[in-house]
Write a protein that binds this ligand. Sequence first.
Ligand code: PHE
Length: 360
Amino acid sequence: MAEIEFESEEILREIEEAPSPAALEEIRIRALGRRGALTLAMRELRALDAEARPSAGAALNAAREAITAALGAAEARLSRTVLEERLKRERADTTLPVSFAPEGRIHPISQAFDEVVAIFGEMGFRVVEGPHIEEDFYNFTALNIPPEHPARQEHDTFYFEPRADGTRRLLRTHTSPMQVRTMLKEKPPLRIIVPGRTFRCDHDATHSPMFHQVEGLVVDRETHMGHLKGCLIDFCRAYFGLEDLAVRFRPSYFPFTEPSAEVDIGCSRKGGELKIGKGGDWLEILGCGMVHPRVLENCGIDPGLYQGFAFGMGIERVAMLKYGIPDLRAFYDGDWRWLKHHGFLPLDIPSLVRGSLAGP
Ligand code: PHE
């Protein structure tokens, strides 16, 4: 044999015009595959005359290089087109209205936090948050609860191992340490609320070792019991969505407030059914009082110039009362069926303006 028939022009043209990666692959197999045109032509080299072989071999090698290069270029071109087409196809129209029905639910604790924050936010309170692991000083001492004070026993504290100097860190037993941290860091006037997690070594049907509180603190030059009462009465009525909700202040004791009070809201228990509003019965929902002068002093604020009031409430309790949730422990079970029943839709964001705070 003196010559080998192989034409690469046609193949090169096809490569250039290949409409898709699949078509390109088909051409590659047809040219370079085990039984491809070029492979077969290469095989014929062996049968060629000795003097014709080098030039024919060189020609076929040149053809192979040209085809390989063309394939590479076409592949790059096609993958770009494929990507562009995919981007075009998958473009999301963000102007479309939301039409999905979300599966997830907002936990009643988060919902109650949001509602409480919305109400105090309207009154000009600012949210601050603080550490769960706290120093004894902030949780107790600065709040006028010195080391031997009986209130320390009542708090069922989770302590950490003592350090070399004998001091112990602890899991905060209330959100009140944030009163101290805020007063030490910022100058009055202050108006803050502190939603957060708290811990006490106590576990039964009505107590969980981890629970949630909202703390409130107001410090200004002329802050008095009237401000405290007005603020908390307004809060209770807004939160429960009842303009004529009965609210009373009952004298109480906290080491860090003087005078101290507990706030009860009116309810009726006629026929075994709890109904919030009026009706002669009372339900305790939060603790409060005028900030003790010694606490102000501990935080570098002159009690001769400034006064303040503070309050603290359990979020589980106010959530249970508002939404009619009977069992505290279910809050932490993570049971989807419970959450579906008691939870809230993610798009149902509470706000005073929309009036959705009246709730179910
Ligand atoms: N920290 C108190 C508690 O956990 C509640 C409280 C806060 C009372 C602020 C008065 C003022 O019981």
